[in-house]
Design a protein around this ligand. Structure first.
Ligand SMILES: CCCCCCCCCCCCC/C=C/[C@@H](O)[C@H](COP(=O)(O)O)NC(=O)CCCCC
Ligand SMILES: Nc1ncnc2c1ncn2[C@@H]1O[C@H](COP(=O)(O)OP(=O)(O)O)[C@@H](O)[C@H]1O
Ligand SMILES: [Ca+2]
Length: 566
């Protein structure tokens, strides 16, 4: 827990008619109940309550970090009460022509189960108005000194994401919290796909805002980063089409109010997909850097990705599910079962540049958590390398490219854990949000039974990588070429390696009447289908910042004292 530091205020105030010692420092607001110690009175055969000064015992003590106070509300007259000369308290009557308010309410973050946050409140009553004024203005001064809190936000709502509840969720759960916290908003309900992206690219007056918030799923978040990153590069004269360019980071933070189907980006950065929790992380001005992959084809920019780039199984699930959008989030389950039964595999070549000199591997037991030291270390290392940047920086510092040819059921690149309600540990449980790498997971052709074992392990404690047909590499860059796109020399190499069998299978594949497996899948890029299959992917370390703090480890203290967490 935070140490209180020098006290700015210390007073006896009342909470629900009980006396508390309340203190405020630059970092903490603390209120501790004064429980009257019963003392024996020699002339009366019973215990009595002593008068002032009373000894505070080790009674109930609450502490709130100033950084997690949402706001202070001045209460109306009726709630005020006043201390009598004899030490007791009475309701005060309205004094004619005078402002004599004496109660104020502090709204603050309270931690609940499973990384959820709630807005809790406590009302303090002061014995006199001057003291009341000091308390209200001191807390407000402390809040005003936190410069990281957003004051003006640009909000985009996708009314068609998830269960089509985006607008309702924003209006009912989020807007009232922003209003209480004094955050002003400009809200835009999107009219069609890519509306938010194009608005951010060309029209939005970004200088007016401290951040951009999207209400929707991963697809909506993807629109926002495409608009923001593109705009930042064009404004800074950086060519987004060149895969070797170092991209400029966007200065605006991005907030996600989850209202989509998978909400993986929200879940993996906050630990839950709860709109109130996300709104509170935005209000307190949390900051979480995040890696972004750029995806190119033949030196032409295709897309950015922050969570999953999946070819084969996850690409096919997405393509199939888009035809079932009317079903809402359940479309993924149906398409998942269908694609599992279809059991398509795809041939191609994967080349990758292993991440060298960095801390962490995809098989680590430790996970990326709030204040992650792996992300901090690798972020510093990579930014130092970028300072001494040369065009062949990657090959010099990371070693040599490696190549794998084969038949794959799935090729996945997870730039973060990709934890979501379907798989709370995610596709790559030890992946990091901001370490400048992505975990390349290759699932080779295997039986349906074995693939099911692999998939089921995403939902249990068992290791999904501990299978002979699965390999995982932590990489900074990778390329994929499907077999049908391979150059003549690569195909010749294949022929020499695999013999005649390959020639016949290729003929068969080019012949739809055979009814055999298709030659190519498509890429699932954060839930959007990519138009190209041959791609070149590069990780840009900590390119964007979210209003989040990573998943917090629950502390023993919170579990014991917070009734909401039980
Ligand atoms: C038989 C048991 C199978 C259990 C498999 C569970 C594996 C789940 C891993 C899910 C990883 C999800 C990665 C995130 C992808 C999202 O970006 C994407 C779009 O989200 P949204 O815009 O909110 O709709 N979602 C998907 O591609 C859905 C994948 C579902 C796979 C079953
Ligand atoms: N007003 C709109 N009408 C139709 N599609 C939209 C609209 N706004 C955004 N979209 C698109 O909807 C798709 C899905 O959005 P998303 O918020 O991720 O929901 P889901 O999680 O259900 O997929 C994205 O491709 C996004 O570009
Ligand atoms: Ca990463």
């Amino acid at each position: 827990m935070e140490r209180p530091g020098r006290l700015l205020l210390l007073s006896e105030l009342r909470v629900r008619n009980t006396a508390y010692d309340v203190s405020l420092s630059r970092s903490l607001l603390t209120w501790k109940r004064r429980i009257s110690s019963p003392v024996y009175h020699p002339f009366r055969p019973r215990f009595c309550v002593p008068s002032f000064p009373r000894r505070p015992d080790s009674g109930v003590c609450h502490s709130v970090s100033v950084s997690e106070i949402i706001s202070v509300r001045e209460e109306e007259e009726e709630n005020s009460s006043r201390q009598r000369d004899d030490g007791s308290w009475k309701k005060i009557k309205e004094r004619e022509g005078k402002d004599c308010r004496q109660a104020f309410t502090v709204l603050y973050v309270e931690r609940c189960r499973q990384h959820r946050w709630r807005c809790a409140e406590v009302t303090f009553t002061c014995p006199e108005e001057a003291l009341y004024q000091r308390w209200v203005s001191s807390i407000r001064e402390q809040l005003a000194s936190i410069t990281s809190r957003p004051k003006h936000l640009l909000v985009y709502i996708n009314p068609y994401g998830g269960k089509r509840q985006g607008k309702h969720i924003y209006e009912q759960k989020v807007a009232p919290l922003f209003a209480q916290a004094g955050v002003s908003t400009h809200v835009i309900v999107t009219e069609y796909a890519n509306y938010a992206r194009d608005h951010l690219r060309t029209e939005a007056e970004l200088k007016k805002f401290d951040g951009v918030v999207c209400v929707g799923g991963d697809g909506m978040f993807s629109e926002i980063i495409h608009g923001l990153i593109w705009r930042t590069q064009i404004d800074g004269s950086v060519d987004p089409n060149c895969p070797d360019q170092t991209l400029l980071p966007s200065s605006l933070h991005i907030g996600i109010i989850p209202a989509g189907s998978t909400d993986c980006i929200c879940f993996a950065t906050v630990g839950t997909n709860d709109p109130v929790t996300s709104a509170l992380h935005i209000i307190v001005g949390d900051s979480q850097p995040m890696d972004v992959c750029s995806v190119h084809h033949n030196n032409t920019f295709l897309r950015y990705s922050v969570s999953l780039l999946g070819y084969g199984f996850y690409g096919d699930v997405l393509t199939d599910s888009e035809r079932k959008r009317w079903m809402g989030p359940a479309r993924y389950d149906l398409s998942g079962v269908k694609m599992f039964l279809t059991h398509h595999y795809y041939e191609g070549t994967v080349s990758y540049l292993p991440a060298r000199g960095i801390v962490g591997t995809p098989r680590d037991a430790a996970k990326c958590r709030s204040g992650c030291v792996v992300c901090q270390h690798n972020g510093q290392l990579l930014s130092k390398r970028a300072e001494n940047y040369t065009m062949d920086e990657d090959s010099e510092s990371d070693g040599e490219w490696r190549t794998i040819r084969g038949k794959f059921l799935a090729i996945n690149a997870a730039s973060m854990s990709c934890a979501c309600p379907r798989s709370p540990k995610g596709l790559s449980p030890a992946a990091h949000l901001a370490d400048g790498t992505t975990d390349l997971i290759l699932v080779r052709k295997c039986s349906r039974f074995d693939f099911l074992r692999h998939l089921l392990r995403h939902t249990s404690k068992d290791d999904q990588f501990d299978l002979t047909f699965v390999e995982v590499h932590r990489v900074r860059r990778f390329r994929f070429t499907p077999r049908y796109c391979q150059s003549d020399s690569d195909l010749e190499l294949d022929l020499r390696e695999n013999g005649k069998r390959q020639i016949f299978s290729q003929i068969c594949r080019d012949h739809p009447a055979c009814g055999c497996a298709p030659a190519y899948s498509s890429w699932n890029c954060d839930g959007e289908i990519l138009t190209h299959t041959a791609i070149d992917v590069r990780v840009h370390c900590q390119l964007i910042k979210l209003f989040a703090r990573g998943i917090e480890e629950p502390t023993v203290f919170e579990d014991l004292t917070n009734p909401c967490a039980i």
